[in-house]
Write a protein that binds this ligand. Sequence first.
Ligand SMILES: Cc1ncc(COP(=O)(O)O)c(C=O)c1O
Length: 399
Amino acid sequence: MQFRQKNQELNFDQYPTFEKDIDPKQRAWIEVKGKALETNVRQLRSKLRKNCQFMAVVKADGYGHDAKVVSEYAIKGGASQLGVATLKEGIKLRSNGIKQPILILGNLYTKKDLIISFKNDLMPTISSIRECLICNNIGKHFGLKFSLHLKVDTGMSRLGFEINRFVEQFEKIKSFENISIEGIYSHLSSADEDNALDPKSITQLQRLRFNALLKQINLERNHQTKIHLANSAGMLLNKDFHFHMVRVGLSMYGYSPLDKIDKNLLLQPALFLKVKVAFIRTIDPCVGVSYGGKFVTSRKTKLAVLSIGYADGVPKNLSGKINVIHNNKLYPQVGSITMDQMMVDITGSNEIKIGSTMILLGSDGDKTISPVDWAKQSNTIPWEILCSFKNRLPRVQVD
Ligand SMILES: Cc1ncc(COP(=O)(O)O)c(C=O)c1O
């Protein structure tokens, strides 16, 4: 295509033709504060039992923050291991130069996947003798030991060996010469519930079952095997849940899964969700806004149209329930959230202009909106809010 250059100042060459060259802050984006992650890890580690290691759980692209950035800062903060959910997530971290031990928390069950895991120095979670045998054969084939973690089900009923049969099965597993049991673990199902410290709670029951099992298999002689049980909530409950390692996700990102939390623990959210104002209009009273016209103005209303919608991962069921921050002031979102845009009532503001930046999640001055608030309003959990953000939102690292 030939363009006639009429104006010398307008030089086409300086404008992008590749997607990667578009300004990441052109529309809506996620800012990730690496330093906040690092500080959170340091703070959380200071609460751990002596010599207890910290596994940073960076699955689902680091809970939507960008797994590479999260891993790097978590390691700076003292995380010694990383946890991912899938083979691909693990391989991606390896190709980004991450050298720390990586545990795949999901289940790999084919020989092919287990070989790929072995080749990339990723430790699989093993929940059956069958998978153990496959790993042992892979190790034998290469004349090496295949490092893995065994998982036991203490009450989650998801992955893991059946607890009642584990002692007997463990005797057999110990005879496999080409595997190295780097860890034995279980997962808590309800540690974030209010009754978790109640001796009769499922959380305490899981801990007792796990302890009883560990006694029976008598691991004392084998120091390299790491025992781990706690997620964020378990870790924050008390040191009885710490064992040799904790696997921490949510609280490392700056949010507590518990209502009551140690007042000295000041977690900082690492994620800011920001958006540009794409358009401003003023409409009359009694006019419907957005699809279905469910929100009707009661007065002359100034609207800012923000370039973000449910295709970016903002739940549609938050329509009309959230606020957006600009310059330490809150503005209510109105009308249905649409696929790519949403409207905000900015009546009375003269400072918000087309191109202004507004904050959907994060803080400004004394105003803060967190995924925990969104989760309460949309009847879900903060984990789901964080994992819902799509790749259409560029992740921008700030520090
Ligand atoms: C096996 C396992 N361990 C640890 C975690 C981290 O949990 P949290 O984000 O609550 O700290 C998860 C997350 O779902 C998990 O599946």
